[in-house]
Design a protein around this ligand. Structure first.
Ligand code: ADP
Ligand code: MG
Length: 316
């Protein structure tokens, strides 16, 4: 099976939206942005063995590859619109590509985004995705957190890190679905990000680990934070996983990666409104602390016990 057969069978589809003037099949896609909208663009690469385990279900991988990019659009408060996919494959495995494409398309469709182009080459399994979205008014950036802002998460963190830790010693079937789902089936918080526009000052999606990503916001905004060490409490599955692997649940919740919840800094006057909207969206938001003038991180109460060197994923 050649490159063009794979594209024709698994990726070429009639355009879903009027915004796609020319879709898959030509030299380039031609898109029609909404007049006066700003384009929001983000690219992420997933490398086998680094971002995902070898042998992972291709459908889950396709889903996640799309979602981690859509999550960046969500974190800017944008509408996801279009995606491109650069796929590097060791071999033309039709069955594998079918699963991957189905997962990718399901994730894209759930966020109202459409695959409009890409590339397939041979090499070590690597997935590059570009997501394009739109913002009709000011996007949410990392740099606009202000003194006194409340720091709120769209939901609990740590589940993906717990699943990853469990995978070192047990098989997938022995991992509680609630945790494995957090690792393999993240959901971009698109509606939550859009609701935060006009209410929150700043936002980021939690991909590298909560504290590491919070630090990006604090550094970009020139502020610090005081965190409530008791804000995050492990649920039963997370605590059981920690006990089983001899790990500290707090480490996963505060520093584990791959959560894809949003973290926003919202002024106290708007915090209640935003929390209500997020709850109506079915989320269970968590307030973790406040933005302070003093730079750096401070803890109200005892700081959680964590390994100080592993406070977030870095490649180099
Ligand atoms: P070119 O040689 O002009 O770069 P290709 O032969 O690589 O074009 O691709 C043919 C068409 O298929 C293009 O429209 C391209 O965007 C699309 N395409 C290639 N690979 C993928 C993919 N993995 N997913 C979606 N579209 C793809
Ligand atoms: Mg090409």
């Amino acid at each position: 099976m050649g490159e063009f057969d794979l594209i024709a069978r698994h990726f070429s589809r009639p355009a879903q939206s009027d915004s796609v003037e020319v879709g898959i099949g030509d030299d380039a896609a031609v898109l029609r942005p909404t007049p006066s909208a700003s384009l929001v663009v983000s690219t992420d690469t997933l490398v086998e063995g680094r971002h995902f385990r070898s042998g992972v279900d291709p459908e889950a991988l396709g889903w996640k590859a799309a979602m981690v990019n859509l999550s960046d659009i969500a974190a800017m408060g944008g509408f996801p619109r279009w995606l491109t996919l650069a796929l590097t494959l060791p071999e033309a495995d039709d069955h594998w590509v079918a699963g991957f494409a189905a997962g990718f398309r399901a994730a894209a469709t759930s966020c109202q985004a459409e695959l409009v182009g890409g590339d397939i080459t041979r090499g070590p399994l690597t997935i590059g995705v570009t997501a394009l979205g739109e913002c009709l008014d000011a996007p949410l950036t990392r740099s606009a957190a202000r003194l006194g802002d409340v720091l709120v998460l769209t939901g609990a963190t740590g589940g993906a890190a717990a699943a990853l830790a469990l995978l070192e010693s047990v098989t997938e079937e022995d991992i509680p679905p609630s945790l494995l789902h957090r690792l393999d089936r993240p959901v971009a918080r698109v509606a939550a990000g859009r609701a935060a526009r006009g209410l929150a000052h700043a936002a980021i999606d939690v991909s590298d680990g909560l504290l590491a990503d919070l630090r990006h916001v604090l550094d970009a905004s020139g502020v610090g934070a005081r965190l409530n060490a008791n804000a995050l409490t492990p649920d039963t599955d997370l605590q059981a996983a920690a006990t089983r692997t001899g790990s500290v649940a707090a480490q996963w919740m505060w520093a584990g990666g791959d959560d894809y919840e949003l973290l926003v800094a919202v002024p106290p006057t708007h915090a209640r409104t935003l929390l209500e909207i997020w709850r109506e969206q079915g989320l269970q938001p968590i307030e973790i602390g406040r933005v302070t003038e003093a730079s750096g991180l401070h803890w109200a109460g005892d700081a959680p016990t964590m390994d100080p060197v592993s406070s977030g994923y870095q490649h180099f």
